[in-house]
Write a protein that binds this ligand. Structure first.
Ligand code: ZN
Length: 306
């Protein structure tokens, strides 16, 4: 599982930072990629990565500001020609996302070669659950409906304790698979094996929280608490805290504070204002690390293994 940052700039693109988009690549785990926001030219950014548009099965829109959604029509349209035929796609987002997607496709007479479903978020809480994942949402504070997504990978059963199995006289073979897949297995000699007796500890699923644009608020702590990863906007630096509040955004230090208060494992800052240049990056990170040492600032095409 990895996070691939496709656009890490705030508001408008710069030469080094495109507008918002980040992909959660779960090709290895569930053969899917989930995209969070789709700023203009996200499809161009994808061309520079090994992500396959047809593998993008879900797109989560945090809010309807243009720098987070203007890339959608182009991406959806191109996906039809990138082996996306008949590969269904679901879009989640605030009320209005359905109208935005449907009208742009209709007015441009775009016919997709695959089915899309658009689900608008109307309340906080459970968004959906699959065999492997649970996704929850929470409304943030951005002047316009802006959501955070909490992606929880379900715990996986532990590994078979091969030494233990050998000890009790069961040599390796297809029987191991059978034991792993069934709660109770009866061997040819009549003895009964309980799976729980021969499995190691369950593997804890990862929790990834990706928040849309927002002001800092302690109300967000319970939602993101104990996440392995927090992706948080960092539009401004500490000296611009007032500006951040006025524009419904956060500073690097506020994001770090939140990560600390919520016992996050790793914080990735993104959504950096174009007022900051390459030479400012180190100090943006340093300021945040004083509060929360496990902080990184994502650049376009940064890839982080989870
Ligand atoms: Zn915004």
């Amino acid at each position: 599982m990895e996070l691939v940052f496709l656009g890490t700039g705030a508001g408008l693109p710069s030469k080094t930072r495109n507008v918002s988009a980040v992909a959660l690549n779960m090709t290895q785990e569930i053969n899917e990629v989930w995209l969070f926001d789709c700023g203009e030219a996200t499809q161009h950014q994808i061309l520079h990565t090994n992500l396959k548009p047809r593998k993008i099965t879900k797109i989560f829109i945090t809010h309807l500001h243009g720098d987070h959604i203007y890339g959608l029509p182009g991406f959806l349209s191109s996906r039809s020609f990138q082996s996306g035929e008949n590969q269904p796609l679901c879009i989640y987002g605030p009320i209005g996302i359905k109208e935005f997607v449907e009208s742009t496709l209709r007015l441009s007479q775009t016919n997709l070669t695959y089915p899309i479903t658009i689900k608008e978020i109307t309340e906080d809480g459970n968004l959906f659950e699959t065999n492997e994942m649970i996704v929850e949402t929470k409304k943030l504070q951005h002047g316009i409906d802006s959501y955070g997504y909490r992606i929880k990978e379900k715990d996986k059963p532990g590994e078979l304790l091969v030494d233990k199995l050998k000890q009790i006289g069961i040599p390796p073979g297809p029987i191991y698979q059978q034991i792993k897949e069934n709660e109770i297995t009866t061997l040819d000699n009549g003895s009964i094996i309980y799976r729980n007796d021969v499995l190691g500890p369950a593997k804890k699923g990862k929790v990834i929280s990706i928040l849309g644009d927002t002001r800092y608020s302690i109300d967000h702590i319970p939602f993101i608490k104990f996440s392995d990863i927090l992706v948080h906007e960092s539009t401004f630096t500490q000296d611009k805290e007032l500006l951040a509040f006025e524009y419904n955004h956060s500073t690097n230090v506020q994001a770090a504070k939140l990560a600390k208060e919520a016992n996050i494992n790793k914080l990735y800052l993104t959504h950096v204002s174009s007022r900051y240049q390459a030479e400012d990056i180190d100090s943006i990170i340093e300021e945040a690390r004083k509060i929360f040492p496990s902080t990184w600032l994502a650049n376009d095409f940064s890839v982080y293994e989870i």
